[in-house]
Design a protein around this ligand. Structure first.
Ligand SMILES: [Zn+2]
Length: 316
């Protein structure tokens, strides 16, 4: 797909400057002239519709964990740091885990138009460079938060290589940030596309089928297995469309397309609440927000991107 990398989080050729990661003194120097993006419980600091970069030593960074190095942004060293030790004012509590957290937390040491916001709500406003930096920051910091102990011996591990590794002081094991591959597929049959919905989704929301690639499995096999498990439909050859880093928390969405070889749907209720064939015409009204039965995937998701470009005949 020629326009694959125009998807949200599609990348901006950020210079990740990996050579600096193994040079502690160079990292210290880079930090002195760099900018830091704080994240609070996975929510990036936003200044309006752009990331809220702070200089090192800013009072709002006071309880932050050690920063991780993201790369050089037109020569400016960019870092990110987790600020979870900070507690917002009582009336600014985060919304309990649900599909989307619309709350914004404001820090007393920052102007009122700065705040910690859910990335899903702002991702389509960001430039490609800002989107790559924020997605990388969120994924990397979440990995540190959930991998504090050595998987080999259980001892507490230490952040190393500017945040791109954790090392175990007890057994010497090295651990690297995880990215979990997920296939998400455009399954078509003639003029229709297969959509499904999970039980926990907002009312009426439908999207492309998706699922984790399992150990020992190719992308093609994962596409066919997931579609068959979830809907009973058999698929033919599988082609690659586009990929999207999806830091919720650590996925790489691999967009694929395939033709269905059968039509009858038998859903697995453990996996899906509903699945259906949707014609191009029905999808056009859904994407325009005019179809009361079907609300399509959120703008910015690779599902939305693939469906929109399928309708526009831009998948080549
Ligand atoms: Zn260990």
């Amino acid at each position: 797909m020629r326009i694959a990398e125009t998807v949200t989080f599609g990348g901006s050729a950020l210079d990740r400057a990996a050579q600096l990661r193994r040079d502690p003194q160079a990292l210290v120097t880079a930090l002195e002239r760099g900018r830091i993006l704080p994240l609070w419980r996975g929510k990036p600091l936003m200044r309006g519709d752009q990331p809220g970069w702070l200089p090192p030593g800013h009072p709002a960074l006071a309880p932050a964990a050690p920063p991780v190095f993201l790369g050089l942004d037109d020569g400016i060293p960019r870092f990110a740091a987790e600020l979870s030790a900070w507690t917002p004012a009582a009336d600014q509590d985060s919304v309990p885990p649900a599909f989307f957290d619309p709350s914004v937390q404001h820090h007393p040491d920052l102007p009122p138009d700065w705040g910690f916001a859910e990335l899903r709500g702002v991702m389509t406003l960001l430039s490609p460079r800002a989107a790559e930096l924020v997605a990388t920051a969120k994924a990397l910091l979440q990995w540190h938060a959930s991998h504090r102990f050595c998987a080999a011996c259980g001892a507490a591990s230490d952040l190393a290589m500017g945040g791109w590794q954790r090392t175990c002081p007890a057994c010497g094991a090295h651990h690297f940030p995880r990215t979990d591959p997920v296939v998400i597929m455009l399954v078509t049959r003639g003029n229709s596309v297969l959509l499904g919905r999970d039980a926990g989704w907002p009312d009426g929301m439908f999207s492309l089928l998706a699922g984790f690639v399992e150990p020992g499995e190719t992308i093609e096999a994962a596409v066919r297995r997931e579609v068959q498990e979830e809907t009973g439909i058999l698929c033919g050859p599988v082609g690659y469309l586009a990929s999207q880093p999806w830091p919720f928390p650590a996925s790489l969405m691999i967009g694929a397309r395939t033709e269905a070889l059968s039509e009858a749907i038998t859903i697995d209720p453990e996996e899906l609440e509903q699945a259906c064939w949707v014609s191009r015409e029905e999808l056009v009204t859904a994407l325009a927000g005019l179809n009361p039965q079907i609300k399509p995937a959120r703008k910015g998701s690779i599902a939305h991107f693939i469906l929109q470009n399928w309708l526009a005949d831009r998948l080549d």
